[in-house]
Design a protein around this ligand. Sequence first.
Ligand SMILES: CC(C)(COP(=O)(O)OP(=O)(O)OC[C@H]1O[C@@H](n2cnc3c(N)ncnc32)[C@H](O)[C@@H]1OP(=O)(O)O)[C@@H](O)C(=O)NCCC(=O)NCCS
Length: 142
Amino acid sequence: MTLSELLAALHAASFERGWSAHEFDTLLANPAYRVVTSDTGFALLQIIPPEAELITISILPAARGKGAGRDLLSRTITEAEQAGVTQLFLDVDATNTAALTLYRSAGFAEVGRRKGYYAHEDASPADAIQMVLSLPAQSSGK
Ligand SMILES: CC(C)(COP(=O)(O)OP(=O)(O)OC[C@H]1O[C@@H](n2cnc3c(N)ncnc32)[C@H](O)[C@@H]1OP(=O)(O)O)[C@@H](O)C(=O)NCCC(=O)NCCS
C-alpha cells in the first residue's frame, strides 16, 4: 500500500466525502503540503511561511477519545513551528464538537465565521468557524 492509499483509507474512515489516493498523490507532489502521521491517524498542513493552514486532521473512529488527536495535533503544531510558521489557521464545521474542543484546548482562538459554508450529506448547512493559533517565531540560531 502506498502512503497516498493509506491516507485515502484513513480519510474515508472519517469524512462523508473522502479524498482519493490520486488526490493525495497530487497534494504530496506539492512541497507546500506536509503530512504528519501517527499509528491511528494523520494531519495535513499547507505551509507557506510565516503562515500555514491545517487542512485536515483525523483519527480512526475506534481510537478516538483517548488523547490520540491531542498528541497528533501537538506534533503537527511543532512541525509547523519548526518550519517557521507563526500563524496557524484552520476552518472547522461549527457542529463538529470534538474538533472544536480539540482546537480550543490546543489554544486556537475563533477569529471569524462563514455562514452556511459547509453542506452536510443530508444537505443541511453548517457554519465554518475560522480559528488561528499564534506560534513563537523560531530563533535562526545566529
Ligand atoms: C476531531 C478528532 C481528530 C479528535 O481526535 P480524538 O483522538 O478523539 O481527540 P482526543 O481524545 O485527543 O481529545 C481531544 C480533546 O477533544 C475532546 N473531545 C474528543 N472527542 C470529543 C467529543 N466527541 N465531544 C466533545 N469533546 C471531545 C476531548 O475531551 C479532549 O479535550 P481536552 O483536551 O480538553 O481534554 C476526531 O474526533 C476525528 O478524527 N474526527 C473526525 C475527523 C474530523 O472531524 N476532523 C476535524 C476536522 S478536519
